[in-house]
Design a protein around this ligand. Structure first.
Ligand code: NAD
Length: 246
């Protein structure tokens, strides 16, 4: 359990859900983790649960100064930064003709511009690491269209473009940048809703640990030749329509 020994990670939106699972899994593999979120109580509790290798910082990903503060916290507390996971995300649902501009702006600001801020704020530290890894949490909605989530769909497609461009700019510094595309995973984002998965090859939703293991792989040197790429863990949802469950 030491695939990330001597590495330091900053994870946005890590107080709960997938981000919290990433923090626990990265720490279990030997990394020090800085948990950034707007949920101060949950984030502080998680850092306490993980132990001395974890810190919590208040981080609203829409605020560049708070990103800079989070990077400084990683360097002050753990001496370096090697891994950035842009995970914070929100979804707003409505048919496109009822999707408000306010909801569109909120989703783009958090999911896409928030990740842009994160990459800019962390770039110097990640270049200094000499083996940096940025993992942008997109979605199946970054690979194909879904009705009723226009802003979310656009933000998650946008993350792919941001990722590829950043990968080209940061490649000479051995900083790798990739996207992860989860299918439906049971987290607070879905607020206990049930989604039939008969159209998905594996006929089920995913577990948080199944995405965390992919994030560990991308954070580690095991993925040293992968950059600007898309890593899908969706039970086959984006492969095409599955046979009906028997
Ligand atoms: P979640 O709602 O459980 O967690 C999201 C976290 O982001 C929360 O802790 C929340 O406080 C934080 N957050 C929200 N706005 C923020 C802001 N402005 N600044 C900082 N933090 C903020 O959701 P989740 O399901 O764990 O989703 C995590 C990521 O995975 C998101 O980017 C989401 O789009 C993506 N994703 C989730 C699923 C799924 O099925 N759950 C599928 C594909 C992709």
């Amino acid at each position: 359990m030491n695939r990330l020994t001597d590495k330091v990670a900053l994870i946005s939106g890590a107080a709960r859900g997938l981000g919290a699972e990433f923090a626990r899994e990265l720490a279990a593999e030997g990394a020090c983790v800085v948990i950034g979120d707007v949920l101060d109580e949950d984030g502080s509790q998680l850092a306490e649960d993980i132990g001395p290798s974890a810190r919590f910082v208040h981080l609203d990903v829409r605020n560049y100064d708070e990103w800079s503060g989070a990077v400084k916290e990683a360097e002050r507390e753990f001496g370096r930064l090697d891994i950035l996971v842009n995970n914070a995300g929100v979804v707003r649902s409505a048919p496109i003709d009822e999707h408000t501009l306010d909801d569109w702006n909120l989703v783009i600001d958090i999911n896409l511009t928030g990740s842009f801020h994160g990459i800019r704020a962390a770039a110097t530290a990640l270049k200094a690491s000499g083996r940096g890894s940025i993992i942008n949490i997109s979605s199946d909605a970054g690979l194909q269209g879904y009705g009723g989530i226009t802003g979310y769909n656009a933000s998650k497609f946008g993350l792919r473009g941001l990722t590829k461009s950043a990968a080209i700019d940061l490649g000479p510094y051995n900083v790798r940048v990739n996207t992860v595309h989860p299918g439906l995973i049971s987290t607070p984002l879905l607020q206990g809703m049930k989604f039939p998965q008969d159209h998905v090859a594996l006929h089920r939703m995913g577990e948080m640990s199944e995405i965390a293991k992919l994030v560990v792989f991308l954070a580690s040197d095991e993925s040293s030749f992968s950059t600007g790429a898309e890593f899908v863990a969706d039970g086959g949802e984006s492969a095409g329509l599955a046979h009906a469950a028997s």
